[in-house]
Design a protein around this ligand. Structure first.
Ligand code: GCB
Length: 648
């Protein structure tokens, strides 16, 4: 295997050099805004004015051009970031479908306005689903799709009349159609008791609103627009980089890579090149090394002129140096086998829904590390970029998923859907390409991959993603039968979801080992690719007990987990490279009569992040796996002490 890995290393280095000649990303960058000597950031989080357009045709806001003046009528306070659904006592707003308007007046620092050499950028971290933005009644941008950021330069607009306050209006529409991602369908009710309902094909609440921070930030007029970094190892650490600048007629660039102590370890004055780092500190996953998540800082310094003035811009990008490769039986990080023992998550919590919340994020990271989880998948959509930054720093490995969930209707495999899916992958790769924690792209979850159009759809989508980023493996998550799945030939890693003794053969826990064993043998036998069990689990209402166990009882969840684990333990010696529990925590879904629940209760933690018994079972297991498959060599007695050690 070592020999094979070395061969792969060579191949990877070739890839590394080819990467920047790959398909062009979108025409501008999407660097995370950071304060620097040349740029300021102003958060617009807090209370905004809010009004839902509940007119019968859901279009009155536009007919009456409400964005032209301050919002009037039934305007309420709405926190940003947050989903609006859980904020009031009004069930109609919880379940609202259509346009809502957010509005806020902002005081823009006078020097931002007076200095024509300053770009003022309005950035929305994410808003679900379709957004239109106006500044002082003038439309400045629009964006299709939740989860990912969009931005627009507004300096020239607000300079037109500096005496005017800067009034920002954001209209957000959560309607899903067969061509959105995720897809959905509006159904008009014939009996007219309800005007229409939104049908969805995924198992989580379609939370809506402004979910990530809204910012104003500045850069000089000539600025560092994008940085792409790809790393590898070849005795030394290799950092291949490319810097794109905007609005500079002429200029010089200085790129300096600094270690954690601020010492320069490599530098260059070219806009692209390879930095070599001797005695490199590699980026390692949590529990694979005693110093995981090592990050260098890449300082990019631009001195530029547009012919009339000179500008100086600085951007600092955290860089983790690591390699990723896949063989037919292994996933390698830094040429060492990596076993995913982790979770699937949701961005979901009481009241705020999918709204960004540092307290929740830090709590979740504490729980992940307590449990000994080394990885998660961003099921079923991209998470806030701040979460990936946490993963970079803590060494939590990420399978980064786009919102391609619930592609079940054959019409969602059409050209328009595919074109939008490709755009979303462009946006996702553009945002997340530099995160060392991201080791694989997932382009979809449980699509109807047995349908005939799935073959062309996934071949195109996966090829496009590999063109965007030849350095990371690509997958999608399947629940289809190995013999009928049309997309599997194109993926690098097979990711399979299965719920034996839950959605079928309910109650028959004794069938799990046989069925799971067959699942693995069949997929591996056909495709000879490494396999991740990307979902498995069972609902459990905490505090309910019964022996012998029945469904929805904690003991039942535990036996499901343990039955899966015994098979994983066999197969991980062969080609199974990971196990991700469904789910980290209970989460909200639409209401229904199918189960005793509102909300999915397959969490090993409750929605309030309290452990069920299953969390302790996983904790025991994950620390053991870390010991066996990681490189810490912890004696068992050390598990507890590592588990309780506060890493911050
Ligand atoms: C799945 C889906 C996930 C669901 C889960 C369940 O296969 O990928 O979104 O929540 O099953 O609990 O049904």
């Amino acid at each position: 295997m070592e020999v094979r890995a070395a061969g792969l290393g060579m191949l990877r280095v070739v890839c590394l050099f080819a990467v920047f000649d790959a398909v062009c990303l979108l025409d501008s960058g999407m660097l995370f805004p950071r304060e620097s000597p040349s740029g300021e950031v102003k958060e617009l989080n807090g209370l905004w004015d809010f009004r839902a357009d509940d007119s019968t045709n859901r279009n009155q806001s536009f007919e009456r051009a409400r964005y032209k003046k301050r919002l009037i009528g039934p305007v309420i306070d709405m926190p940003v970031p947050a989903s609006y659904n859980g904020i009031t006592q009004d069930a109609a707003l919880r379940d609202f479908i259509g346009w809502v308007l957010y509005e806020r007046e902002v005081v823009v620092p006078a020097r931002w306005i007076s200095d024509e050499g300053t770009r003022v950028v309005l950035r929305v971290g994410s808003a679900h689903y379709f957004s239109i933005v106006w500044v002082n009644g003038v439309k400045v941008t629009q964006h299709a799709g939740g989860h990912l950021p969009f931005e627009v330069e507004i300096g020239s607009l607000i300079r037109k009349d500096p005496t005017m306050p800067c009034r920002i209006t954001i209209a957000v529409n959560n309607t899903l159609s067969l061509e959105t991602l995720p897809p959905g369908k509006i159904q008009y009710m014939e009996d007219r008791t309800k005007f229409f309902v939104q049908n969805i094909y995924f198992d989580f609440f379609n939370y809506a609103g402004i979910h990530c921070p809204v910012l104003l930030y500045t850069t000089p007029k000539a600025y560092v627009d994008d940085i792409s970094v790809v790393t590898d190892l070849d005795k030394t650490g290799l950092v291949k980089y490319k810097v794109s600048v905007q609005s500079a007629a002429k200029g010089t660039i200085r790129v300096t890579l600094k270690d954690k102590d601020g010492r320069s370890v490599a530098s260059s004055s070219k806009p692209s090149g390879v930095l070599k780092v001797e005695d490199v500190n590699l980026w390692w996953p949590y529990l694979m090394h005693e110093n995981p998540g090592y990050l260098y800082s890449m300082e990019v310094h631009l001195m530029a002129t547009d012919g009339r003035s000179t500008y100086e811009d600085m951007y600092t990008l955290p860089v983790g140096i690591r390699s990723v490769a896949v063989t037919s039986t292994q996933f390698l990080i830094n040429d060492k086998p990596f076993y995913f023992h982790g979770v699937n998550k949701h961005e979901d919590s009481d009241i705020r829904g999918k709204g960004f919340d540092w307290s929740l994020i830090v709590k979740d990271f504490n729980l992940l590390k307590w449990m000994g989880a080394n990885s998660f998948r961003t099921s079923h959509y991209p998470y806030a970029e701040e979460i990936l930054q946490m993963c970079d720093r803590h060494g939590i490995v990420v399978i980064d998923e786009c919102p391609g969930v619930g592609i079940k209707d054959i019409r969602s495999f059409g050209n328009a859907s595919l074109a939008h899916h490709l755009d979303v992958m462009d946006e996702l790769v553009r945002r997340d390409k530099n995160h060392p924690s991201v080791v694989m792209w997932s382009v979809a979850n449980e699509p109807a991959s047995e349908m005939p159009p799935a073959e062309f759809y996934f071949e195109t989508l996966i090829k496009h993603t590999k063109d965007l980023d030849p350095t990371r493996p690509v997958t999608y998550i399947t629940d289809s039968n190995y013999a009928r799945d049309k997309g599997a030939p194109f993926v690098d890693v097979i990711c399979v979801n299965s719920y034996f003794s839950w959605y079928h053969d309910s109650g028959h826990l004794e069938l799990i080992p046989l069925q799971l064993n067959n699942q693995f043998e069949n997929w591996y036998g056909k495709y000879k690719k490494p396999i991740i069990q990307s979902e498995y689990g069972a609902d459990a209402v905490p505090g309910l007990h019964s022996d012998p166990p029945v469904m929805f009882i904690e003991e039942y969840q535990n036996i499901v987990l343990q039955s899966y684990h015994s098979v994983f333990d066999q197969k991980k010696k062969q080609y199974v490279i990971g196990e991700l529990i469904w789910n980290f925590a209970d989460f909200m879904t639409v209401q229904g009569i199918k189960t005793i629940k509102t909300g999915n209760k397959k969490g090993v933690f409750t929605r309030q992040r309290q452990p069920k018994r299953a969390a302790f079972i996983l904790k025991e297991r994950y620390w053991r796996l870390a010991n066996e498959t990681g490189r810490l060599g912890l004696p068992p007695s050390n598990h507890q002490c590592h588990a309780v050690k506060n890493p911050w």
